[in-house]
Design a protein around this ligand. Structure first.
Ligand code: 2PG
Ligand code: MG
Length: 423
């Protein structure tokens, strides 16, 4: 039992210099903080991120969400046992009373939910990942195979009709720390190649710390990544993943990448060619958020060998995951805590995905903070894969570094799935 003594929210900045919510929770055993991330290529089925819409911060202030924590949520949560995660989350859901947290804002509910979890973990003398494991009913010991976004495109790089993320996965490593080193060495080799080829313009970076060189097409970017892996000496150890974020380049039944236009079927064929030509083992958001038939076709065509990950399609929502299971639309779920807005509902989504033996990828947002909770979450649920951006900028490295600490704490118990990253 650990009583919440007080709850206070404030407006802070995220990695893009835009406002977000931080909660400071005072419990009997100390003070605990939680911060909310924010997406740029957000799906339309996500829980509501409440923005003020007033002049300050170009409409992006979050003082309404802050007020909702301080004046509405605090009344309901102060005096409760932070160790009763489900009850805390349900109380907030009831208070909100909408389908999408439209009254309070997911950015008000989520940090309270996470701060309670941190307080409860500390009260039990557990590390956060261990306590997540207890909540999820698993023996938390699996370090994720990271997907590291080393080349940014699309909305994260100020470009239109473009694939968003080009990622490295160090599947040939024997543990997480070694995998991180392989990825970093490849990232640094890529930086050298880009500098040589394009000068200083080649190593500018996007929102998630990946490079944004003047290479407009996916094939060109993957070739450069392959060259970097070769030069770093990790050609055999490193494979690739893409997040196309295709909702951003879909309109009226047509997908447009650069100057090429595709129907869903043609796009699925294009991805088939890509995975045949490059060591691409995972494709996220290959189809748009409501193009269920496109998703089915894609999974039929490449899902046997390739991980087909739903992000904007599923929005960490157990109900949408159930529908995707029924329709055989994907074989993997991306998990983002702020898409659904509470710890309990995030765990429900993971349980739903696991029932069908899908793989699970725990993900950051393009707008992040120094809060490393998602590193604890991915190990806590034995997620097996993470997506935390490039190994650059402290908003991303806060997570990578937390995973190093967790692997060290687990010692001989730590597992790394490597080539069996899909579980
Ligand atoms: C995504 C995310 C994170 P955003 O599409 O998977 O990489 O981007 O947070 O902008 O939605
Ligand atoms: Mg995505």
């Amino acid at each position: 039992m650990v009583l919440v003594k007080s709850l206070k929210a404030r407006e802070i900045l995220d990695s893009r210099g835009e406002p977000t919510v931080e909660v400071e929770l005072c419990a009997e055993n100390g003070v605990f903080f939680a911060m909310v991330p924010s997406g740029a290529s957000a799906g339309s089925h996500e829980a509501l991120e409440m923005r003020d819409g007033e002049k300050r911060f170009g409409g992006k202030g979050v003082l309404k969400a802050v007020k909702n924590v301080n004046e509405v949520i605090a009344k309901k949560i102060v005096g409760r046992d932070a160790g009763r995660q489900k009850e805390i989350d349900e109380a907030m859901l009831e208070l909100d009373g909408t389908e999408n947290k439209g009254r309070l804002g997911a950015n008000a509910v989520l940090p309270v939910s996470i701060a309670c979890l941190k307080a409860a973990a500390a009260a039990k003398g557990k590390k956060v990942f261990e306590y997540v494991g207890e909540l999820a009913g698993v023996n938390a010991c699996v370090l994720p195979v990271p997907q590291l976004n080393v080349m940014n495109g699309g909305k994260h790089a100020g470009q239109e009709n473009d694939v968003q993320e080009h990622m490295l996965m160090p599947v040939g490593a024997k543990n997480y720390a070694e995998g991180l080193r392989m990825a970093c060495e490849t990232y640094q080799a890529l930086k050298k190649i880009l500098k040589k080829k394009f000068g200083a313009r080649g190593t500018l970076i996007g929102d998630e710390g990946g490079f944004v060189p003047p290479v407009a097409n996916v094939e060109g970017r993957l070739e450069l990544m392959a060259q970097a892996a070769r030069e770093a000496g990790w050609e055999k150890e490193v494979v690739f993943a893409l997040d196309c974020a295709s909702t951003e380049f879909y309109k009226d039944g047509v997908y447009t990448i650069g100057d090429k236009r595709f129907s869903s079927g043609e796009l699925a064929d294009y991805y088939s060619q890509l995975v045949a030509r490059f060591p691409v083992v995972s494709i996220e958001d290959g189809m748009s958020e409501d193009d269920w038939e496109g998703w089915q076709e894609l999974t039929r065509k490449i899902g046997g060998k390739t991980q087909v990950v739903g992000d904007d399609l599923l929005v960490t929502n157990a109900e949408r995951i159930k529908k995707a299971v029924e329709l055989k639309a994907v074989n993997s779920a991306l998990i983002k805590v702020n898409q659904i807005g509470s710890v309990s509902e995030t765990l429900d989504a993971i349980v739903e995905a696991r029932k069908s033996k899908w793989s699970v990828v725990v993900s950051h947002r393009s707008g992040e903070t120094e809060d490393a909770f998602i590193a604890d979450l991915v190990v806590g649920v034995n997620g097996g894969q993470s997506k935390f951006g490039a190994p650059a900028r402290s908003d991303r490295n806060a997570k990578y570094n937390e995973l190093l600490r967790i692997e060290e704490a687990l010692g001989a118990k730590a597992k790394y799935l490597g080539r069996k990253f899909r579980g």
